[in-house]
Design a protein around this ligand. Structure first.
Ligand SMILES: Nc1ncnc2c1ncn2[C@@H]1O[C@H](COP(=O)(O)OP(=O)(O)OP(=O)(O)O)[C@@H](O)[C@H]1O
Length: 267
């Protein structure tokens, strides 16, 4: 049983938000979407991010992905400043954005093709990740024939295939029904246990945030900022019994309180 992600005591954080600030617009009409966010995420950690609508979760994620500039501060990955997208960071959004004219396998191979990897090697890697997310029998299917959950698993396989050391996931299961969502959570944790990456996962679902994470990052709005960090001291693998346990309920209540009662004392 994995109690905690292993992190070399000498190595720095995998990803470090340092005074990350983002302002949209100019002058009087400008809006502070993110105010001096400081957060270190260790190698192999799984952190979830929750907070009220508009608190800057997606903005922070897009900055880490290199898709949005900072107004001030910086994000470091392995100690190096982010100045654009990079292959070590895989990004998965709520809208899976598969290429509709490509099969599952071709979608998963896409990033490897761009890297000019030889066909046989590409196929081997793609098939490995297609199996890992349980889509082996659908490798030749087009996205339109897949359910929402299957499309999202295909998007996850595609992100994994290029071998990112960091996965940035912005409400990836938001559009799924409750049962598929729970299955996807278990599958994601299972994959994470085997192919250990650093994961930052945004969600609106407090249960999901606690079930997945070893730390829950709670943000506050106006301006968007870090509010509280709540450790989830439950061992991996997480199980259904754990989800129903008093310990889980206690942590869920803490997170709920931190998100929805930000103006009252939370401890
Ligand atoms: N390109 C943009 N131009 C202007 N304002 C923006 C832009 N992107 C985000 N914002 C504003 O910045 C704030 C933070 O937005 P962001 O999408 O990061 O929040 P969020 O916490 O992810 O919200 P939600 O939970 O609703 O998805 C919001 O008030 C939003 O309107």
């Amino acid at each position: 049983m994995i109690e905690k992600p292993v992190q070399d005591a000498d190595s720095g954080p995998k990803i470090s938000f340092q005074n990350v600030t983002r302002r949209f617009g100019e002058g009087e009409a400008s809006f502070l979407a993110l105010d001096r966010l400081n957060l270190d995420v260790g190698d192999g950690e799984f952190v979830t991010v929750v907070g009220p609508s508009g608190c800057g979760k997606s903005t922070a994620m897009n900055i880490a992905a290199g898709l949005t500039d900072v107004s001030d501060g910086r994000v470091l990955v392995d100690g190096k400043p982010v100045d654009g997208p990079g292959p070590e960071r895989g990004v998965i959004f709520q809208q899976y954005a598969l290429f509709p004219w490509l099969t599952v396998r071709q979608n998963v191979e896409f990033g490897l093709r761009i890297k000019r990897m030889p066909a046989a090697e590409r196929r081997r890697i793609a098939d490995h990740f297609i199996s890992l997310v349980g889509l082996k029998d659908f490798a030749d299917a087009l996205p339109k024939t897949l359910s929402g959950g299957m499309k999202q698993r295909c998007a996850i396989a595609r992100a994994y295939a290029v071998n990112p050391t960091i996965l940035l996931m912005d409400e990836p299961f938001g559009a799924l029904d409750a049962l598929t969502r729970v299955n996807m959570q278990d599958q994601l944790l299972d994959t994470w246990n085997r192919e250990r990456r650093t994961v930052i996962f945004i969600t609106h679902d407090v249960d999901e945030a606690v079930y997945l994470a070893n730390r829950v990052i709670v943000m506050a709005a106006r301006p968007g900022r870090l509010h509280k960090i709540i450790p989830v001291n439950l061992p991996y693998p997480r199980t259904e019994e754990m989800r129903l346990s008093p310990e889980f309920a206690e942590i869920r209540n803490q997170v709920w309180h931190a998100v929805y009662h930000q103006n009252t004392r939370t401890n």
